[in-house]
Design a protein. Structure first.
Length: 304
């Protein structure tokens, strides 16, 4: 396991930033930790990096208890709201940080131009960070995190403030890192982002994990379909095991089935045929992670 956390707690006075979190991240995964502001995401990353100590519970990184200096060399980190020294240019900043991290000069010389090109910063070598856009700063921050070829990348809100084109470039870069065997741990409050990118997702709410699984697992079990008939179905028809209502999509009805089991739709289709109707459209609705997330937030809201 790259990350292995059990019953982790972090208290700040009365605030339980983490309140009994357990999770594991396997090698080569693009793992997304989702949650609203204040959920505890940054706290978890900081514990994994050994920057703050947990109140209770255990946290391991690459099989070792967190905070071992030899582990840090395997890890790249893009902090949330990071500040890069403004007087540096891109290349001088990377060279400076690389030297601090102990990356040999020859490796810096080869890797810095490669990373600048990869992150779309080529041609801007003379520009000082002071003149960078937010998106350029994020990309330079990523280059910094990747400089020493880490096995594990921790990215805290990596696409915050980045325009859509920059976001796409960052996504492609992370997929490439994954192909090369790097494990990527991303904190984000941006659901669409995580949904598009991550293999596995965990949702953190007020210091507790409310859900984890693959994006597919978390979004598939929706029991609604969109349907249309060749000619209108009789108004008075009652459907066993479901109901039909108009949908917001032109010409399509929404079918609510009482069960998400595969044979529920077969029973509907049998009724269609038995009533002499013909289908023109049949499409399963897939829940988005966002639906799920909002539902969870609501449920929590009622409980407190
Ligand atoms: N150093 C600190 N002192 C006191 N409270 C903190 C500190 N760091 C974080 N917290 C609190 O812990 C909770 C989780 O914060 P954080 O991990 O930053 O959440 P997220 O990254 O998901 O937005 C919040 O309520 C925050 O106010
Ligand atoms: Mg945070």
């Amino acid at each position: 396991m790259v990350v292995s956390v059990a019953n982790l707690e972090k208290h700040y006075g009365k605030v339980r930033a983490l309140d009994g979190v357990s999770l594991q991240v396997e090698p080569g995964t693009l793992f997304g930790l989702l949650g609203q502001n204040g959920a505890g995401k940054t706290t978890l990353i900081k514990i994994l990096l050994g920057l703050i100590a947990p109140t209770a519970g255990s946290a391991k990184l690459l099989g070792e208890p967190v905070g071992r200096p030899d582990n840090r060399r395997e890890v790249g980190y893009l902090p949330e709201d990071h500040r890069l020294p403004e007087y540096h240019t891109g290349p001088s900043l990377l060279d400076f940080y690389g030297a601090l991290q102990g990356v040999p000069r020859a490796q810096r010389k080869a890797r810095i131009p490669y990373l600048l090109e990869l992150l779309g910063l080529k041609g801007r070598e003379k520009l000082r960070v002071r003149g960078y856009s937010k998106g350029m700063k994020q990309r330079l921050g990523l280059a910094q995190a990747l400089l020493h070829r880490p096995k594990v990348l921790f990215l805290d809100e990596p696409t915050d403030g980045v325009d859509p084109v920059g976001r796409k470039e960052i996504r492609e870069l992370l997929l490439e890192e994954k192909r090369q065997g790097v494990t990527v741990f991303i904190n984000s409050h941006l659901l669409g982002e995580v949904e598009q990118l991550c293999d596995r997702v965990a949702i953190l709410r007020k210091g507790q994990l409310v859900l984890q699984g693959t994006v597919q697992e978390l979004t598939q079990a929706k029991a609604t379909w969109l349907v249309a008939f060749d000619s209108p179905a009789p108004e008075n028809l009652t459907w066993q095991g479901g109901k039909l209502e108009p949908s917001e999509r032109q010409g399509l009805l929404r079918l609510f089935l009482e069960s998400a089991e595969p044979d529920a739709i077969d029973r509907f289709l049998a009724q269609v045929a038995a009533n002499g109707l013909r289908l023109r459209h049949l499409e399963r609705e897939r829940g988005s992670l966002e639906d799920l997330y909002l539902a969870l937030a609501d449920r929590g809201g009622q409980a407190t």
